[in-house]
Design a protein around this ligand. Structure first.
Ligand code: HEC
Length: 138
């Protein structure tokens, strides 16, 4: 009797899960991510630094070449932040393609293709990236 009950409960739990999994997960997910306003909303509550970090690690793919504290393909974020602070540079104009590299100009050819992407970003996104780079300043 006990065993039957356990099997029945297990079966019930399983079938419930299964029912939930199909319509809820498979259907609700794409519709919520696709809804444009929900993408704009969190930006409002994000700080510029958080926005920058999400771009840096997300669609910007900057993280594939820039690490926080050591050189990868590009200079570390700490080095970039330090140099820009010292030289009073402007990261936003650099990312817009309007000012020259000051950190490692000899390697600029590797960074240049990214400017094509960052040029298309909004001022808010670029301010975010700048804030994120500076947040790594020691
Ligand atoms: C393919 C590798 C690569 C990717 C991806 C990349 N970078 Fe770079 N980045 C470099 C290299 C190499 C340098 C050093 C050359 C230079 O100073 O311009 C650099 C330099 C920089 C500098 C310093 C520029 C200066 O004044 O010298 C900034 C700021 C920067 N990157 C930001 C970014 C951001 C933001 C992203 C993402 C949108 C990004 N990078 C993506 C390779 C990359």
């Amino acid at each position: 009797m006990k065993r039957v009950l356990i099997i029945a409960i297990a079966f019930l739990a399983f079938s419930c899960k299964k029912q939930e999994a199909i319509p809820a997960e498979k259907q609700a997910e794409p519709t919520t991510t696709e809804a444009a306003p929900s993408e704009g909303m969190p930006v409002e509550v994000q700080t510029p630094e958080q926005l920058g970090e999400s771009i840096f690690k997300g669609k910007g793919t900057c993280v594939s070449c820039h690490k926080t504290d050591s050189k990868l393909i590009g200079p570390s974020l700490q080095d970039i932040a330090k140099m820009y602070k010292e030289k009073n540079g402007n990261i936003i104009t650099f990312l817009k393609g309007e000012s020259k590299p000051i950190v490692d100009p000899a390697q600029y050819a590797l960074m240049q293709p990214n400017i094509v992407l960052t040029k298309t970003m909004t001022d808010e996104e670029l301010k975010g990236l700048e804030a994120y780079v500076y947040s790594n300043l020691k």
